[in-house]
Design a protein around this ligand. Structure first.
Ligand code: GLN
Length: 262
């Protein structure tokens, strides 16, 4: 009898180990009807140097906060998922979505035809405008007409980078990993202006004396969340909640919290 019990116990152990292994291998698991990279979690990739959409909290120096973090939290909660934010370079977000490292890229990301070849985008939740930051009193850059003749700082792989490269050529650009580094370069005189989205531009200009934004804007674009082409169920579930939250004014409330009316 003892021997029999020992064999049964051993069998049960072997079986449960195998089950565990199978579970782990199946990275994408079911939670509240949607598959995510890790069961029960919504892993968001962002680049936390893009205020007020994403930035590191002044309070603890490590938490990623901002418009995108709040929108993701709102939607994750509705989907019964725990939000986990991974901070990375902007240029890595799309490949992290594609390779299944993260569930969603939420980073003030503009919808473009090129990106749509690699990821699906959610309904748009905000608009961005590419603007030009210059040193106050700059004589080199007084309008968009001066851009072909100067050195422009851009954020690597962003629309500002892509459009400026198309319009003025790579020789006129220096690409930095994020907006903070762009602004630093402008202050150091390494570039004559910075082309970047309007809200981070405003945030940087208010924090750094001696900089201003040119009146005319370069382009207007739509921001949306990026999802893997392999997980349309998650995109649909996200969109359903997002659209409800746009309709009931919750998204606007989050935008207003970070963006003042002027
Ligand atoms: N909106 C720009 C883009 O999508 C910049 C985004 C960012 O730097 N976080 O390329």
């Amino acid at each position: 009898m003892k021997k029999f019990l020992a064999i049964v116990l051993a069998l049960v152990m072997v079986l449960s180990f195998t089950a565990c292994g199978a579970d782990k291998k199946e990275a994408a698991q079911e939670t509240s009807g949607v598959k995510t990279v890790q069961a029960g979690k919504l892993i968001m990739g962002t680049s936390a140097a893009f205020p007020p959409y994403e930035f590191i909290s002044d309070e603890d120096g490590e938490t990623v906060v901002g418009i995108d973090a709040e929108i993701a939290e709102l939607i994750a909660t509705e989907l019964g998922l725990e939000l986990q934010i991974e901070d990375m370079e902007f240029s890595s977000i799309i490949s992290a979505v594609q390779s299944g490292k993260i569930d969603v890229g939420l980073a003030g990301m503009t919808v473009t035809e090129e990106r749509l070849k690699n990821v699906n985008f959610s309904t748009s939740y905000a608009q961005g405008v590419q603007v030009v930051i210059v040193p106050e009193g700059s004589t080199k850059v007084t309008s968009l007409d001066d851009l072909p003749n100067v050195m422009i700082g851009v954020q690597e792989s962003t629309t500002g980078h892509i459009y400026c490269e198309g319009d003025f050529g790579a020789d006129h650009l220096i690409a930095y990993a994020n907006s903070t580094l762009c602004v630093q370069a402008l202050k150091n005189g390494d570039v004559d202006c910075v082309v970047i989205d309007n809200q981070p531009a405003l945030a940087h200009v208010s924090k750094n004396e001696g900089l201003k934004i040119l009146d005319s804007a370069y382009t207007v674009e739509d921001y949306a969340a990026a999802f893997s082409k392999d997980n349309t169920e998650l995109l649909d579930a996200f969109n359903k909640v997002l659209e409800e939250k746009i309709a009931d004014g919750s998204i606007q409330k989050i935008l207003d919290k970070y963006i003042s009316a002027n």
